[in-house]
Every structure is written in structure tokens, then in C-alpha cells.
Design a protein around this ligand. Structure first.
Ligand SMILES: Cc1ncc(COP(=O)(O)O)c(C=O)c1O
Length: 408
């Protein structure tokens, strides 16, 4: 959705000139488009939204209302889900570390845990023995080679004894239900996607020919929508939602057409849904020339928009605010922190004045959730889709320091 600069100016009068913009309409559109492409091929497809990517409660709430599931990797994230009204049975708990007391509570309440290690499986067997009247739902996170050159550290190596022992423990424990199989790979390049489903089918044939799973989870790791200027900075092709769907869902459908059950096909997008759903507007605080280099300092930092420091220039626009602009060539936008490398954008060419605002696009994934409390508390998050809705207020001193001791 294109954002109207007048609304930004209106919001700036109330909330200051630096803030995040949440585009919840775009989020819903992404959800419907992505899921729609998978459902065109395999009707029983579902989205389990990766909370860690951007756990803004409004987005988590929307996912639930749209019929999606919560993919969480900590009790903190699961508590966000519960707080926005997600039923425990719609929570899928992944990740290499899980608070076992919370695992117990979630399992007894009907949630599902994708087991990551044999230690975790043994702990869940203990929980099962303690709660003989409850059926506990688990999945197994499977780690296999998709030939992307990465040795993932997550889940069970499907060639290992631990994997076989895990299956055995589940089969031997009457009140543990193997509800599904899980996998996730970070490589977004579409050429590795068919290997996800190929391996899953082989593993079902080999280890689970008689199981009837509720879900088979192929994970996240999809690129989202972006402008051509951003696409051009990636070394691999940026696929469409349709291309991702075609790369796995056709084989999924063909495989399960031959079976007497049709599990839910889960995908766990994070970036593909949230990436283009946040923008960041930052005020131009000062402009200077340092030995021939033009530098504008913003009230904003690379840690606001790209704490993973991936060195990409996001799409930007200048919002002129009436001050007399000058033309700049090869200007870099630096941040408010004292870190030399804190640049939000390099090589800008165009008109600019102090007091203007820079609108950065595609800052929705791994941004607000990763922003460190470094030098300044974080800026507000506003949803401008329908008037001005404050999604997160400006952080203040107490938000960050109430956990420290001050009385010495
Ligand atoms: C288990 C799991 N699922 C889904 C995701 C979401 O990944 P992405 O944002 O690349 O889609 C991640 C990201 O780390 C993950 O670890």
C-alpha cells in the first residue's frame, strides 16, 4: 500500500517526526495471497506465522482471526499468542531451547511441541507419565540435507540414532500423539525448495508408512514482496508466492493423493508476510560535509530498521517538509548512535533539507523485535491504514531502566 505523505505529516505533529508505520492492510493481503497460492494447489494448506520475525501483537491477533496458527520459539512468544486470544491448540512450539515448565503447561492445554532433541523428548515422556489422562501432541523437527551447503543445527539428524530413539519413545508412550512432522530451512532460494518435500516424502515412506499425520510443516524461509531496487541487491532470484507454492505443493498433493489421509500442509512464513508491512520514517537532523563526503544524520539508526546489518539499501523516499532543499550526490544517511558503521542508506542522490523525513520501506522483518535498547529508547509504531492507530507508544526511560538497581 502506498502511504499518503499528508497522513505522515499529520502523525508527525502528534508523535514526532520519527516512527514506524505498520501496514496491517498489506499484511492481510500478503497472508491471503500467499495462502491462496498454496490452496489453489493443495486445499488443506495453512500458515503458521513465525512470531519471532515481527511479534507486534496486532499482527499476531490478525493471523489468528484470519485462521492461521502461531509458530513460536519461546514461552515469551507463546504468551503473546495467549494474550491476543490464540487457543493453546493453535500454538506450535519450535526452537532449540524450551522452558520445560511452559512445555508441560502448553501440552496439557492442547498445544503442540515440535521436538528438537532427544533430551527434550525424554522430558516430554516424563511429562506424559505425570499426566496420564492427557493426550500430548508433538511433532518431530527433522534435519536433512537440502543441498544448500548449510549444516543446520536444528532438529534431529534424520540419519541419527537419536531420531530413531525419538520415534521409539513416542511409539512406546501411549499418551503421546505424533501429530506431525516439522522442518524449516533458512535458505530462501527457490532452487532448494523442492528438496524439502522430496525428503519429507522419502522419510514418511521409510519411517512413518502407517502414521496419519495432522500436519506436515515445510517451514519458512521465503522471500517477500519488494521493489526492484531491493531485488537487484540479492544474488538469487526473488520468487513469487506462486512459484514457492508450485515448488512444493504439487509434489505434496501428488504424494498424498495416493494416501488415505490428507494432512494440513503448513508453511511458516515470517519475512514473506511482514517484510513489506513496516516502514520507518526518520527525521533529517543535520547535514554536513566531511572531507568532500556528504552525510545526513537522522533521528533513526540502522538498528531500527536492519539490526542484522545486511548492508542492503532499502527503498527510500524523501518527504519534504518545507525547508529549502539542496541537491546532493552520493550522500550517506547516518544514524543517531555513536557507531561509525551506523548508516541506514548509502549513496543517495537528490534534494534534501534538514527537517525533511526519510521513508524507509521493507523494514518489517527482524527489526522492531531485534532493536537493542542502545543509546535511545525505541520510537512509536503507528498503523496509518485507517486513521492513526498507536500500535506501540514511544518507549521512555523507565521502560528500559526499571529492571536496574538505582539506589546505592
Ligand atoms: C522454525 C522457523 N520457522 C519459520 C521461520 C521464519 O523464517 P522467515 O522469516 O525466513 O520466513 C524461522 C526463522 O528463523 C524459523 O526458525
Amino acid at each position: 500500500m502506498d502511504i499518503n505523505f499528508d497522513v505522515i505529516k499529520e502523525a508527525s505533529k502528534i508523535y514526532g517526526k520519527t516512527f514506524y508505520i505498520l501496514d496491517s492492510k498489506q499484511f492481510e493481503e500478503n497472508y491471503n495471497n500467499l495462502l491462496g497460492e498454496f490452496r489453489k494447489i493443495y486445499k488443506n494448506s495453512y500458515i503458521a506465522y513465525s512470531y519471532k520475525t515481527n511479534y507486534t501483537p496486532k499482527l499476531c491477533y490478525m493471523i489468528d482471526k484470519l485462521g492461521g496458527f502461531a509458530e513460536v520459539v519461546s514461552d515469551m512468544e507463546a504468551n503473546i499468542a495467549l494474550k491476543v486470544g490464540v487457543k493453546p491448540s493453535n500454538i506450535y512450539f519450535n526452537g532449540p531451547y524450551k522452558n520445560i515448565n511452559f512445555v508441560e503447561k502448553l501440552l496439557v492445554d492442547g498445544g503442540c511441541v515440535n521436538v528438537d532433541s532427544l533430551k527434550e523428548m525424554n522430558q516430554i515422556v516424563e511429562i506424559a507419565n505425570k499426566h496420564k489422562d492427557s493426550i500430548l501432541n508433538v511433532g518431530i523437527r527433522m534435519n536433512f540435507d537440502i543441498e544448500d551447503g548449510v549444516v543446520s543445527r536444528f532438529g534431529f539428524d534424520v540419519e541419527s540414532q537419536d531420531f530413531l530413539d525419538c520415534i521409539k519413545l513416542i511409539n512406546e508412550t501411549k499418551n503421546i500423539n505424533l501429530k506431525g512432522l516439522h522442518s524449516h530451512f533458512a535458505s530462501r532460494d527457490i532452487k532448494y525448495w523442492p528438496n524439502r518435500i522430496k525428503n519429507v516424502c522419502k522419510l514418511i515412506d521409510k519411517h512413518f508408512p502407517n502414521n496419519k499425520f495432522d500436519y506436515i510443516d515445510l517451514g519458512g524461509g521465503l522471500f517477500g514482496n519488494m521493489k526492484d531496487s531491493l531485488k537487484a541487491q540479492f544474488s538469487s532470484y526473488i520468487p513469487t508466492y506462486k512459484e514457492y507454492a508450485e515448488s512444493v505443493a504439487i509434489e505434496f498433493k501428488n504424494y498424498f493423493d495416493k494416501k488415505d489421509y490428507k494432512p494440513m500442509l503448513f508453511i511458516e512464513p515470517g519475512s514473506a508476510l511482514a517484510g513489506d508491512c513496516m516502514k520507518f520514517v526518520a527525521e533529517v537532523h543535520s547535514i554536513k560535509d566531511v572531507r568532500g563526503k556528504a552525510i545526513a544524520t537522522l533521528l533513526g539508526s540502522i538498528y531500527n530498521i536492519n539490526p542484522t546489518l545486511n548492508k542492503k539499501n532499502p527503498p527510500i523516499s524523501v518527504i519534504a517538509n518545507g525547508n529549502k532543499q539542496s541537491f546532493y550526490r552520493n550522500l550517506d544517511f547516518g544514524g543517531f548512535t555513536c557507531i561509525e558503521s551506523d548508516y541506514l542508506y548509502r549513496g543517495f542522490e537528490g534534494n534534501l533539507a534538514v527537517g525533511d523525513q526519510i521513508l524507509f520501506e521493507n523494514v518489517g522483518s527482524y527489526s522492531v523485535v531485534l532493536k537493542p535498547p542502545f543509546i535511545l529508547p525505541n520510537f512509536p509504531v503507528l498503523d496509518l491504514s485507517n486513521g492513526i492507530e498507536v500500535i506501540k507508544r514511544q518507549e521512555n526511560f523507565d521502560d528500559l531502566f526499571h529492571t536496574y538497581k538505582f539506589d546505592f
